[in-house]
Write a protein that binds this ligand. Structure first.
Ligand code: GLN
Length: 229
């Protein structure tokens, strides 16, 4: 039996899973194993109940607008528990479409308004006939860490009060191509537009996410050297 256990929710994992975002869970699982952490993943999707107390980590990936509309409707039934989870310092990684849906709303590529859960105060507009596509590099001053990835989104997101960016854009577009922010950090929530998947090139961030979860549950953190072979 492993020394630790993290119960992971893959939110709408069968609907929102573009550009290899599921790889984030594979990477977290791989690193968790090295740290003697049992990592049990459960998909919670449409018509299923989400209970905040059942999970130590949530992963919410990106997707096409079509799936986002379906998820947008269902997620309203989970809004209260998800907000409670976030406010209780639950660890949450949300990518692209998932990141957008945690906010107030997202205007889809055809002008449709896709409602978020308003757990975080950002909102997302759409660009006319344009997508932000390409390699991206950001720097987080507080963590003193640089993250590398690949972005591909139509949405332009604007952060609200109390939200910090995951990093300042050094190369690429980021949240909206204007204010140099990329992603979000709010309590133990990390949101980002990085695909690739995000954690493939950013072991430091993967460890940070595992540490947030084990600190909360076991008051235990690990060092990067423990992830090396
Ligand atoms: N449909 C959203 C957008 O284009 C999210 C895309 C994604 O998750 N890659 O902004």
């Amino acid at each position: 039996m492993a020394a630790y256990n993290l119960r992971v929710c893959h939110l709408y994992g069968n609907l929102l899973n573009t550009y290899g975002d599921n790889g984030n869970l594979l990477l977290l699982e791989y690193y968790a194993k090295k740290l003697d952490i049992d990592f049990s993943i459960e998909i919670v999707s449409i018509y299923e109940e989400f209970k905040a107390e059942n999970f130590d980590l949530i992963f919410f990936g990106g997707g096409q607008d079509y799936e986002q509309v379906i998820v947008s409707k269902d997620i309203q039934t989970k809004k209260q528990e998800l907000t409670k989870y976030i406010e209780d310092d639950g660890v949450f990684l949300a990518i692209c479409g998932g990141f957008q849906l945690l906010g107030e709303y997202y205007i889809g590529a055809h002008g449709e308004k896709i409602e978020g859960i308003h757990a975080l105060p950002h909102y997302t507009l759409s660009q006319e006939n344009n997508r932000f596509i390409g390699d991206i590099e950001i720097y987080n001053e507080i963590f003193n860490e640089t993250y590398f990835g690949f972005e591909n989104h139509n949405g332009t997101t604007f952060l609200g009060e109390g939200e910090m960016p995951l990093g300042i854009v050094k190369k690429g577009f980021g949240n909206n191509g204007k204010d140099h922010t990329e992603g979000v950090v709010y309590k133990n929530v990390i949101g980002s537009y990085f695909h690739g998947p995000l954690l493939a090139k950013n072991k430091n961030l993967a460890l940070r996410i595992i540490n947030m979860a084990t600190k909360k549950k076991y008051n235990q953190t690990f060092s990067i050297s423990q992830l090396n072979d």
